[in-house]
Ligand binder design. Structure first.
Ligand code: ADP
Ligand code: MG
Length: 401
């Protein structure tokens, strides 16, 4: 792969595919980690005299403009971090984008509006994606791929566009891949993997691969309930993926055969309804129940305190840890303790610790931990999981050659 140093960027229009998909609440950015992570790449290009065009997706708009997913607040924050004005284009390949790009002087930067406001970005149809990539290619001379959180997506700006322009890998992706290589080649043992979060089906796949690599797998978050159901327990109204139960049963069996230790929570914090995260009001019917005795009608929203201690004990002697997915709905203080316990256990261990995932990384910072104390905080959850699964990532493949 070529790096930025291999490109002659001075005076050229350089398209930087970043991942600026940050969490927003009422239009303000609650965690700017992803913006800070890619800022050095942009700064380096500006320093070298490039005209920089930054592009990203934000959330999941339906292929048309949707103000709640506008990147406008991100342009402001990016400007603050870079210490230079960031011109904002109110479309992706339309009049505004063309005009802002045309107005760029050497060493100036613009951010395009959300790429997913155009249906071509995520289209399954190669021709539709290709047409959007052609239009994006018309804006630039060179391409730098640095949106690690999106490299597992076969999207126009990630996969099709680099084929149309001379390209290089950005410094953020280079760092991310370097760390993940360390987790797939010689890992120091015990190697403990902690999984949680909400996208159960996305994450169940990685277990298949980890069963041959990790020594211990700790399960929290929404995934827990599919495991508990596979063991024959009731899970109330908790997040459950019934179609994954046979798969999970098979994993549990294989883990036993291969000596991989699965650690499931022994207690669960529950409530009758999903908490109001925005208001953060106290949860009246909060209770902690045994994991094998979740009553009907309640939702499991965090691992309980005993499980937090159990997980901490299982992390204490680790030499390598990969963590993806919060242990609970940490956005509400009542359901943050499980995630906090895991973060603290990572810091207390002597392990090389890797935290992957947009929400996991945000959780660490929002809960007040010092991110520099972790070995590496990855900007990509799905991307890092798929890398660890051994899959070919379209956005990395596109940067080869
Ligand atoms: P990441 O972005 O780190 O890969 P995910 O996107 O998979 O993580 O999941 C993060 C979300 O999972 C958080 O917003 C959190 O509220 C949610 N979550 C965690 N535990 C549960 C649970 N038991 N039920 C529902 N949602 C949960
Ligand atoms: Mg997420």
């Amino acid at each position: 792969m070529k790096t930025i140093e291999d490109l002659d960027v001075a005076g050229r229009r350089v398209f930087v595919r970043a991942d600026l998909n940050v969490p927003l609440s009422n239009g303000s950015i609650t965690d700017d980690g992803r913006i800070r992570a890619v800022a050095p790449t942009i700064a380096k290009l500006l320093q070298a005299g490039a005209k920089v065009i930054v592009a990203s997706h934000l959330g999941r708009p339906k292929g048309e403009p949707d103000p709640q997913f506008s990147l406008a607040p991100v342009a402001v924050r990016l400007g603050e971090i870079l210490g230079v004005p960031v011109a904002f284009a109110t479309d992706t390949v339309g009049e505004s984008a063309k005009a802002t790009v045309a107005a760029l002087a050497d060493g100036e930067v613009t951010l395009l509006e959300n790429l997913r406001f155009n249906a071509g970005e995520t289209a399954k149809d190669d021709a539709e994606r290709g047409a959007f990539a052609d239009a994006l290619a018309g804006l630039a001379d060179l391409y730098v791929g640095d949106g690690f959180g999106a490299v597992h997506r076969k999207h126009a700006s990630v996969y099709d566009l680099p084929a149309r322009l001379p390209h290089a890998v950005g410094d953020l992706i280079a760092t991310e891949v370097g760390v993940l290589k360390r987790l797939t080649e010689e890992v120091e043992r015990p190697y403990v993997v902690v999984l949680g979060g909400s996208k159960v089906s996305d994450k169940v796949g990685v277990i298949d691969n980890l069963l041959g690599k990790a020594d211990r797998i700790l399960v929290g978050g929404g995934m827990v309930f599919t495991f508990l159901a596979a063991q024959g327990h009731g899970v109330g109204s908790s997040l459950l993926q019934e179609d994954q139960i046979p798969v999970v049963k098979e994993y549990l069996k294989r883990a036993e055969e291969t000596g991989v230790e699965f650690v499931l929570p022994v207690d669960i914090a529950v409530s009758g309804s999903f908490p109001d995260v925005k208001a953060g009001a106290p949860v009246e019917d909060f209770q902690v129940v045994d994991a094998d005795k979740i009553p009907d009608g309640v939702l499991g929203l965090d691992i309980g305190p005993k499980s937090g201690e159990l997980f901490a004990a299982k992390l204490a002697d680790a030499r390598t840890v990969f963590w993806n997915g919060p242990a609970g709905v940490f956005e509400h203080p009542a359901f943050a303790p499980g995630t906090r316990a895991i973060a603290q256990a990572l810091l207390d261990s002597d392990a090389f610790t890797v935290v992957g995932g947009g929400d996991s990384a945000a959780a660490v910072r929002i809960l007040g931990f010092d991110e520099t104390k972790f070995g590496h905080i990855s900007t990509g959850g799905g991307a890092s999981l798929e890398y660890l699964e051994g899959k070919t990532l379209p956005g990395l493949a596109a940067l080869e050659g």
